[in-house]
Design a binder for this molecule. Structure first.
Ligand SMILES: [Cu+2]
Length: 363
């Protein structure tokens, strides 16, 4: 089921002054990851004919997350890539937690941007990022919205009708400060928004502060092969199912999205791995996973609030029936799989497990 359409059709939220807001969110897609390979080139415009030869055989895109003053940014090693299995290596060059969610842009959005004579990324920011920030500003006690004209602009709908057709396409999960992670997904030809909507200490989404880019996937096919998993994890509305006897060592985790739905925070489920360091509280983690909570999804080095846990990556929301791959090296210790949904522990989506000492077979 297209959960965006479901959301579009079913969820209407009353707002102040009789404002009726249609709130939609995208939630799924195809993700997979492969082995490390640094060579996807640069941001230069490349002709479609020569693209494949300039990108590494494993079709790896590096995303560097960093802060520059008050701005949060992504630097992409390539912004035009061939279609197929694509590994995103998210390098967090900051002390805050970040992720990189891929949202497939529907044709209607491209058409509207063109008729507005507006660049697609700018059009998205105007019609999705800014309304979300305005909505968030209204939730945070005492916060003055940046955009005071928003209630007039959003008088009929908060988001455009095409938002229900956005295709959630996975991407790297939450990764803690000064660390990196890899996730592989299958991307079809199209335009994709790459964004992080973790919040800073003032409740501003990182995407609103600049951590949002456009990725073009061409019709040319990559030669990258689908990764070979060492273990599998299934996520559905019944919870997260996985091998509790996973061994230490390098792993490629195949994450299967058996179904998908919209939760109270208007998003679907995804999967992230956290290290249960001493003092990590399951209750605090659970509360943090809801972006609608004023303190949820806040990670800010300046506010001395980096979040309740050390995140190691994962697979962002994907559509029912799709799958992605998450690469991780597990050291012996205590971990948890968690989904970015409200109250994940009560939905069997905050599952603690232990990795015993020793190495994975064959390693
Ligand atoms: Cu971020």
């Amino acid at each position: 089921m297209n959960i965006l359409k479901y959301f579009n059709q079913t969820l209407m939220m009353p707002f102040t002054g009789g404002l009726i807001v249609m709130f939609i969110f995208a939630a799924c897609s195809e993700n997979l990851s492969t082995s490390p390979d640094p060579s996807i080139s640069n941001n230069e415009v490349q002709s479609q004919a020569s693209l494949a030869s300039q990108i590494s055989p494993n079709n790896v895109v590096e995303l560097i997350a960093k802060h520059e003053g008050d701005d949060y940014i992504f630097e992409l090693s390539a912004d035009v890539i061939p279609s197929g299995w694509t590994t995103f290596r998210l390098i967090n060059d900051s002390h805050s937690t970040h992720f990189a969610y891929m949202a497939g842009v529907p044709q209607a959005a491209k058409d509207s941007a063109a008729s507005d004579n507006t660049e697609l990324l700018d059009y998205w920011i105007q019609h999705v990022t800014n309304p979300f920030q305005w909505f968030m500003d209204g939730i945070i006690p005492g916060k003055e919205p940046d955009d005071g004209d928003a209630p007039t602009k959003y008088a009929e709908t908060l988001f455009p009708a095409w938002f229900g057709d956005v295709s959630p396409s996975g991407g790297p999960g939450f990764i803690g400060g000064m660390s990196s992670t890899e996730t592989t997904v299958y991307l079809d030809e199209g335009e994709y928004i790459v964004e992080c909507y973790v919040k800073n200490g003032e409740g501003d989404f990182h995407s609103y502060l600049g951590m949002i880019e456009l990725l073009t996937v061409t019709g040319e096919s990559s030669v990258a092969e689908e990764p070979v998993a060492t273990t599998e994890l299934n996520i559905s509305t019944d919870g997260i199912e996985f091998d509790r006897h996973i061994s230490a060592g390098e792993h490629i985790v195949k994450v299967n999205f058996d179904d998908q739905t919209l939760y109270d925070h208007l998003l679907g489920h995804d999967v992230h791995l956290i290290r249960m360091d001493t003092g990590t509280s399951v209750a605090e983690v659970g509360k943090w996973m809801n972006w609608m909570d004023p303190d949820g999804l806040v990670s800010s080095s300046s506010a001395n609030s980096l979040g309740p846990a050390t995140f190691l990556g994962g697979v962002q929301t994907m559509t029912e029936g799709s799958h992605g791959y998450f690469h991780v090296e597990l050291e012996p210790g205590r971990y948890a799989w968690v989904s970015e949904i409200p109250n994940p522990h009560s939905n069997k989506m905050l599952e603690v497990f232990n990795v015993p000492g020793g190495r994975a077979l064959g390693r």
